[in-house]
Design a protein around this ligand. Sequence first.
Ligand code: EPZ
Length: 419
Amino acid sequence: MDKFVIEGGHPLQGEIVTSGSKNAALPALAATLLTEEAVTLRGLPRVRDIGTMERLLEEIGAAVDAANGCVRVTARELRRPEAPYELVKTMRASSLVLGPLVARCGQARVSLPGGCAIGARPIDLHIRALEELGARVGQEHGYVVATAPAGGLRGATIAFDRITVTGTEDVMMAATLARGETVIENAAREPEVSDLAELLAKMGARIEGAGSSTIRVQGVERLHGAEHQVITDRIEAGTFLLAGAITRGRLTVRHAPVAHLTALLAKLRQVGVPVTQEDSETLTVHPGDALHSVDMTTEEYPGFATDLQAQYMALMTQGDGIAIITETIFENRFMHALELARMGAKIRLDGRKALVAGGPLSGAAVLASDLRASAGLVLAGLCAKGQTVIDRVYHIDRGYERIEEKLAAAGACIRRVED
Ligand code: EPZ
């Protein structure tokens, strides 16, 4: 298992380029199952989760041709409409194939994800929504088995009990091939949902309202091939802005999806981190005066992203007082707090709240527990005194493209050690 070795205390300087969005690329890849024609996707990040999704599409029967961040998927015949446990257990987003498979093949068998490091994360909302579209859904041997009625799925009004990003994406994809109109209420408004709707529209789907909390889909007989460039990754760009801030560096982030970073930019302003915008996709963080401790609560988009909570917590260990961080999306997303404490951070956990007091960090051996927690530890390592060794960085490879190379090119002292 690879490790990162970081010598802290080097302010980041120069430029970093943002990659394509993992969480936009995953549903886009699942959407390729909706048509027998070729779909070409550009700008995909070369991260492990994308490789896992490509493998899943191949298992299902699609031809996947990937090179240099461009993938062409042709799902002419789907011989095995199934997402096996071996793949789902490494990546929950595999459940994104459920909707497309039931819609296209009339049946799907998708392993239940089980627990994961950041909480229980069930897929009951996906299942209930597919039932509203007429699917019969049962469970056997740890798998969800869904079957469309004779004549296929039929449009319905689906009111989600709570906002779910991949749940919205899953049912939006299924609805494109259902008979009649589907209305999705309390839909997720994340930019990744809008990006998926844009791809589906290029494939011939009729969708209105993506990006708002009500999405309307008029089902069509069939979808066709298309080409699409996925949006850049707001979480990766945000991680780099926070990395620049925590090292008191002057760092320019290119290809940043500025419009998708509003909540983070507002928070950085409150904290006292100067950020300038050079053009529609370039942001620079500058060293400011003291970093203020500012409370933060995670929320669904357009609120502050839970996927930046660990990185923000790392920043708050350098604040001038106490910040209260409240996690409202996942019930167990504070694993990094215990590791940060090993580095000297003063953090008290109280249910879904973390009280973070500012103070110096010292390098230590720590363990990455999930993707974004690992990013938080990398940021802490960049500003800690001495050496930090982060074990199990395979978590970070799931969602960040060569993060250590990008950071090293901007002056960080970080290297990967292969075990
Ligand atoms: C997406 O996960 C992202 N993944 C996550 O990114 C992100 O943290 C999350 O949205 C929240 O923004 C992808 O886009 C591939 P949810 P998703 O369904 O869709 C509960 C990362 O680090 N829920 O919006 O799985 C759930 O347990 C990741 O890149 C149910 O109860 O999240 C959670 O508490 C990790 N039943 C809440 O809803 C369901 O059927 C929101 O989850 C579905 C969800």
